[in-house]
Design a protein around this ligand. Structure first.
Ligand SMILES: [Zn+2]
Length: 222
């Protein structure tokens, strides 16, 4: 059974994660329930570093945003939804989803943490939203999950990922945002593996399970 101190520490850690991802004070307050003054005192010693400006307001924004913003928003919220289904709290799911989004999508990241918070709020009807106005739906054509207005019947025409594929060949912005990666060079992989194996056997006083037997394919290169 977690103690009050455990719960408080967990809340402060969540607030710190949010602050590190660029959240504004109001966002951290909504997610954690910590008082705004305390959040400022703990994470924004330098008043210059407090994120300012108008907070995002997504229900209208999303429907007029360009395709790349809509695909990025769909990626963040789809991951958030999966983490919620897996049993994570809304705050933890949002932090996890945002971190994952930054790993899988090419920088610059179009969706700020505050925007992700706003989108998640309006998808679940929590935090700053009284009721849901978005839902994650699955495209019947490409099976991608995307963000749509609540009640939308998904079709290939409304799916941002189907549009992305259609535009890929002709739109340099889309190509830069989703570059194709060359297939990994198997030779480099094998060399890396054999270096790792040699290193381990050298350091492990002979009781390592890893042997110095060359891996297949090494022979022809030496
Ligand atoms: Zn699609």
């Amino acid at each position: 059974m977690p103690t009050r101190a455990d719960r408080h520490l967990r809340t402060v850690r969540l607030a710190k994660d949010c602050a590190e991802l660029g959240a504004r004070v109001r966002t951290i307050h909504s997610i954690t329930g910590l008082p705004s003054r305390e959040i400022q005192r703990m994470f924004f010693n330098d008043p210059q570093s407090i994120p300012r400006g108008r907070p995002p307001d997504s229900p209208e924004w999303y429907h007029s945003a360009n395709l790349l913003f809509r695909t990025d928003a769909s990626i963040v919220v789809a991951i958030y939804r999966r983490l919620r289904h897996a049993g994570f709290s809304p705050g933890e799911a949002l932090v996890g989803a945002y971190r994952h989004y930054r790993v899988v999508c090419q920088a610059p990241h179009r969706i700020s943490f505050d925007r992700a918070f706003d989108l998640a709020s309006h998808t679940d009807g929590i935090w700053i939203a009284k009721s849901p106005s978005f839902a994650i739906v699955t495209c019947p054509s490409c099976a991608s999950e995307f963000l749509a207005a609540l009640g939308t019947v998904p079709t290939a025409d409304t799916c941002p990922f189907c549009k992305l594929v259609q535009r890929y060949g002709t739109d340099p912005r889309v190509q830069t945002s989703f570059p194709t990666h060359p297939l990994p060079d198997p030779t480099a992989f094998q060399q890396g593996m054999s270096m790792l194996l040699w290193k381990n056997t050298g350091e492990a006083d002979g009781d390592s399970l890893v042997t110095s037997t060359p891996i297949p394919g090494d022979a022809k290169e030496t």
